[in-house]
Design a protein around this ligand. Structure first.
Ligand SMILES: [Zn+2]
Ligand SMILES: [Zn+2]
Length: 171
């Protein structure tokens, strides 16, 4: 009869020892917070916040950014404010790249025949010609339907009322 040793004192394996000790350190630092709510410490505003308050960062072990969304937004805003020339250059460069990839061809407007260059799917040179075209299309449609389809008269309110009256009392 062989006695087996005590069952292992250690619980189920819980991953990376470095992570475990870091979590322990955090627990001590934050007291009960870590035990009660799932969340994360924002290293910028120094608050314990729910996980939804953090954007993703797959490069970090936690899978989340180390600053909360509002701290990140604030940092971005400050950076933009401090670098207006860089930002203007960057936007200008991006616009130029975009245009180089999608060159605008010059072709005649289908309404006024004047050459114009706009998005590839544009057919008219501008607002005025767009309105003119719409107007003409509507007119053409009205003419077509107006001549080919017989106009069926809707019964008037008066006729409907008399139908209901005569049908309703069985005469
Ligand atoms: Zn924060
Ligand atoms: Zn035009």
């Amino acid at each position: 009869m062989s006695r087996r040793g005590h069952p292992s004192r250690r619980g189920p394996r819980c991953g990376d020892p470095a992570l475990v000790s870091r979590e322990k350190e955090l627990r001590e630092k934050l007291g009960t917070h870590l035990r009660t709510e799932p969340g994360k410490w924002c290293c910028a505003c120094r608050q314990w916040l729910p996980l939804e308050a953090f954007g993703p960062n797959p490069e970090l072990r936690s899978g989340f950014k180390s600053s909360c969304r509002s701290c990140c937004a604030e940092r971005t805003r400050q950076w933009r404010e401090a670098n207006p020339e860089y930002l203007a250059d960057y936007n200008e460069r991006r616009r130029a790249e975009y245009r180089a990839e999608r060159p605008l061809s010059t072709r005649p407007c289908i309404v006024c025949n004047e050459p114009f260059s706009k998005r590839a799917d544009a057919l008219v040179c501008g607002e005025r010609c767009r309105n003119r075209r719409k107007h003409e299309q509507r007119k053409a449609a009205a003419d077509r339907f107006g001549s080919s389809l017989p106009v069926r008269r809707q019964p008037s309110i008066h006729c409907l009322a008399s139908l209901w009256r005569h049908g309703g009392n069985g005469h």
